[in-house]
Design a binder for this molecule. Sequence first.
Ligand code: NAD
Length: 411
Amino acid sequence: MKAHAAVRLYFDRAADRLDLAPALRRLLIIPKREVQVQIPVEMDDGRLETFIGYRVQHDDSRGPMKGGLRYHHEVDLDEVRALATLMTWKTAVVDLPYGGAKGGIAIDPKKLSAKELERITRKFTDQIHDIIGPHEDIPAPDMGTSSREMAWIRNQWEKYHGFGPAVITGKPVEHYGVEGREEATGRGVGILAYKLLGHLNRKPNQTRVALQGFGNVGSHAAKFLHESEYKIVAVGDHTGAYFRREGLDIPKMLKYSLANKGMLQGYTDADRITNDQLLELECELLIPAALGGVITAKNAERIKAPIIIEAANAPTDPDADAILEERGIKVLPDILANAGGVTVSYFEWVQNLQFYKWGLNRVRQELDSVLSRAFDAVWQEANTQRCSLRTAAYMIAIRRVKAATELAGLG
Ligand code: NAD
């Protein structure tokens, strides 16, 4: 199923329970603005290449729009639209004063030099500079981008608009970024895993974890979970997956990947398995933290983990979601599970607007309290409504966006 159709289905399931009128559904689902731009760039060897970039701004009824920027060869308008829509529900479910947006460029960043990436990023910023801004739309890192690209975007945007670090979050600490942003999404996954396991009466040290993805989100989640005594038995990235029944040596894998351009390829202290096998492993907690659409109707029956935490965006197809629910598998949905990143992005933006710097402890404490509050609300809603955590999270989010939309009036 295409990415946007999947998000739409999840939305409809919750909207049905809320008895949302068709006209309002249409308003809440159609993005406010979609931009596709041409990015012509001179490559290092002198060739001209033209790439395609996107920015979709889904909804701004609760505040400026917020969402990451993805560099991946499979990026297309449908995917960016789906991810922008997810951002609206994500910021609403954790109650940040934001709407939702997302951007992307269809490139494989691993095949490009740093100079080429910088030229592409600056050209892209030239094309979208007038629709982003601290009070309008604030991009951030996502798959394939990091603080480096955020610094380029800020620098390029400021050439047009003057000083304004709050135009983008996930910046380097030396560039008005905040300590704790890089770890935030992975740390948030850890905070929420702790809450969820507590409600399910499970102990971390009796919980075997399989984790797909070892980039920003996956590696920080692995570090946090390992330090909290979970037994991580499998980890995978785009080069393959690694399994060790007794538990993997996560600090060693982190060091290995850091020295190996962020890849686990060639790691020898574990058995090699495929990414498909990883998803179907005997374990208590499965965390997809890489691509979307990896849990489908084809493999949902074979998943053995009784708990899934969606660190990645949209890892579960709706057909698969229905199978998992029927099988009693608890799924903590992406719009809550990976909201740690946008939450600390919000803290960064607040600090930039106030020219005031918090310490790392405050960032971590406030992250914990925002996510814990959101988790408790979703857990309670799911119990009251007798529905899945995903439908409960969507219901809370849709209610908030609906209220803001109606209060603003349509005139
Ligand atoms: P990243 O680029 O830092 O890392 C991506 C990881 O996925 C890498 O380890 C890569 O090797 C792996 N991967 C790529 N293709 C794969 C494949 N076919 N099979 C297995 N592994 C594969 O990206 P990230 O920022 O860690 O993002 C991961 C996911 O989390 C994405 O779905 C993203 O939208 C979501 N997310 C990220 C953030 C954030 O703050 N970075 C916030 C919220 C959600």
